[in-house]
Write a protein that binds this ligand. Structure first.
Ligand code: G
Ligand code: G
Ligand code: MN
Ligand code: NA
Length: 254
């Protein structure tokens, strides 16, 4: 209960931080994008992870404000990297259903881009299948508006939801992030290998870019590369880390 009280104050007290996890081109290791992940630096309990407070924020009706803070901060970070003339990246931001379901979300998106001099193509919005399910009949209009800004949408944790696949036809949806539960047993687990290959084939035939999540080993990397997956994310390449560590990775070494 007291955590809920603290959560109401956390934004005003500037206790949220962002870390960034690179998303690499498997063939070259080049960083294509980073995913912004929120952390709560709690004054007594220390660093808290999304699983510790995002569900609570959703229940308390606080998630929209947190997501919009993350969006603004992530775009501001991208501008700082641009000002340092680092290689151009895409920024991926996670949003919950109630955030994206609000009409004004697309306005917030446009403002965040405008305020930081970014084109829509620099930004990617990650939503889960269950969030799409909750959008319901609003899905098409919302996706169209996001697409109108040039912003791409990635389906997060793909393969773990219970929604229909019909939404994959929407033109805003550009990426499928294959959930790490399928990657975990590769290459030995025959079922997960078959499921992963099927998801890659589906992505290919729909013109969606697959991104494998949770890659932890060379063997998983090799399997995915052979299976035709072009991008991935996971501890094998890099953990989520503060902005300045990302800068170190982006600077060409001398
Ligand atoms: O940071 P971590 O790797 O533990 O992230 C766990 C999950 O928390 C992610 O899969 C993501 O969906 C969610 N998450 C992380 N940051 C945010 C955020 O800013 N907003 C929302 N809504 N979810 C987030
Ligand atoms: O948005 P999403 O829920 O997919 O966020 C990614 C989550 O997965 C974050 O909590 C991140 O810390 C975690 N993560 C990223 N890479 C790996 C990995 O290689 N292995 C595992 N187990 N978790 C990972
Ligand atoms: Mn994500
Ligand atoms: Na995910």
């Amino acid at each position: 209960l007291s955590l809920a009280v603290d959560l109401r104050q956390a934004l005003a007290r500037k206790e949220f931080r962002l870390v960034f996890q690179p998303n690499v081109e498997l063939r070259t290791g080049r960083i294509m994008a980073v995913e912004a992940l929120v952390r709560w630096q709690h004054p007594e309990r220390g660093m808290l992870y999304p699983d510790d407070f995002i569900p609570m924020a959703e229940n308390l009706g606080l998630i929209r404000e947190i997501d919009e803070w993350v969006l603004g901060e992530a775009c501001a970070q991208l501008r700082r990297w641009d000002a340092l003339r680092l290689p151009s990246l895409r920024m991926a931001v996670n949003v919950s259903a109630s955030t994206i379901g609000r009409r004004a979300f697309v306005d917030r998106l446009a403002e965040a881009l405008e305020a930081n001099g970014l084109s829509g193509e620099r930004l990617l919005i990650e939503i889960t299948e269950s969030a799409i399910l909750r959008l319901g009949e609003q899905t098409e209009r919302t996706m169209q508006a996001i697409h109108g800004l040039g912003v791409g949408v990635a389906i997060d944790d793909f393969g773990t939801g219970y929604s229909s696949l019909a939404y994959l036809k929407l033109s805003a949806i550009a990426f499928l992030k294959i959930d790490r539960s399928f990657i975990a047993g590769l290459p030995g687990d025959a079922n997960n290998a078959a499921i992963t290959q099927a998801m890659l084939a589906m992505a290919r035939s729909l013109g969606l870019r697959p991104i494998a999540e949770g890659i932890e080993t060379q063997e998983q990397h090799d399997f995915l590369l052979r299976a035709g997956c072009s991008e991935g994310q996971g501890y094998f390449y890099a953990r989520p880390q503060p902005a300045q560590d990302i800068e170190g990775m982006l600077r060409p070494s001398l």
